[in-house]
Design a protein around this ligand. Structure first.
Ligand SMILES: C[S@@+](CC[C@H](N)C(=O)[O-])C[C@H]1O[C@@H](n2cnc3c(N)ncnc32)[C@H](O)[C@@H]1O
Length: 260
């Protein structure tokens, strides 16, 4: 069952790799570079020269952002096709040297993370955990490659709102738009898109926040920071996603774990 799910996840990202690379471009889409990446940076709080392992790096937008700030980065992803795009985009950086090494790594296999080396000052995973059928190997692997006091920042769609079974509620007169959440506590497999132009949604795994945290705590990590992230507010006729019309409901959450 797990092997089948892993294959489905891999097939989805491999098949869509060219499309995602084109849509994300060099620095990710506007939600990535405008909301998720700045939050990850604040939570990581890194100084020049820090060593970082990235899990589920996609086509490398955040790795390049860190590399340009002088970090030493090992950026990893399940999809060989996305890693190839990440390498190609990084090779064309000519205005400054960047220290980024890319590796194909399945984060649901702990030893693949451990094989990346370390110890690292920090680990980061942006919008990756929804694609993983289990999280214990990722948290266990992060614990093992982090130096003591090192941090692991996870940015993900907000489990309470954005991966739960929600429906957008159009406002009646004088009311704000909202969400109706119909299920949250049970785990389930669902589908989602990373881009509104995407015709074939990829498989997503919903888990309540308590389960996500339990997997991190069981691996020896503690939670020491959190941000809840709304999308930038836009009127209905300009909104790219429903989240732009819901400025008081966070579409994403950033969690900072620490190896103590
Ligand atoms: C929504 S994309 C996010 C990519 C990048 N972090 C970003 O924010 O642009 C999800 C990424 O997770 C990767 N992924 C899915 N399952 C994974 C796994 N088991 N191990 C490592 N990466 C995985 C996919 O290949 C894809 O690149």
């Amino acid at each position: 069952m797990i092997a089948q799910l892993r294959q489905q996840v891999l097939d989805g990202w491999e098949k869509g790799a060219d499309f995602f690379d084109e849509r994300w471009g060099d620095q990710g889409d506007e939600f990535h570079h405008g909301v998720f990446a700045p939050s990850a940076e604040r939570m990581l709080g890194l100084e020049r020269g820090a060593s970082v392992i990235e899990i589920a790096c996609g086509n490398g937008g955040f790795a390049r952002r860190l590399g340009r700030q002088g970090m030493s980065v090992v950026a990893t992803d399940l999809s060989p096709a996305l890693i190839a795009h990440a390498e190609r985009r990084t090779e064309t950086i000519s205005d400054q040297p960047v220290d980024i090494r890319y590796e194909v790594v399945d984060a649901t296999v702990e030893r693949q993370i451990v094989n990346c080396g370390g110890p690292f000052d920090a680990a980061v995973c942006i919008m990756g955990v929804m694609s993983m059928p289990m999280l214990r190997p990722m948290f266990g692997g992060a614990w093992r490659v982090l130096r003591p006091r090192g941090v692991f920042v996870v940015v993900t769609l907000h489990p309470a709102y954005a991966t739960s079974g929600y429906k957008f509620v159009k406002p009646e007169e004088d009311q704000l738009p909202g969400l109706k959440v119909e299920r949250y506590l049970s785990r389930y497999v669902t589908h989602g898109v990373t881009n509104t132009a995407q015709t074939e949604p990829q498989i997503y795994f919903h888990r309540p926040l308590s389960e996500l945290l339990a997997d991190a705590f069981a691996s020896g990590l503690v939670l020491d920071g959190m941000e809840e992230l709304p999308a930038p507010e836009q009127a209905e006729d300009e909104a790219k996603l429903i989240w732009n019309m819901l400025p008081d409901i966070p579409m994403a959450i950033a969690l900072r774990f620490r190896r103590v």
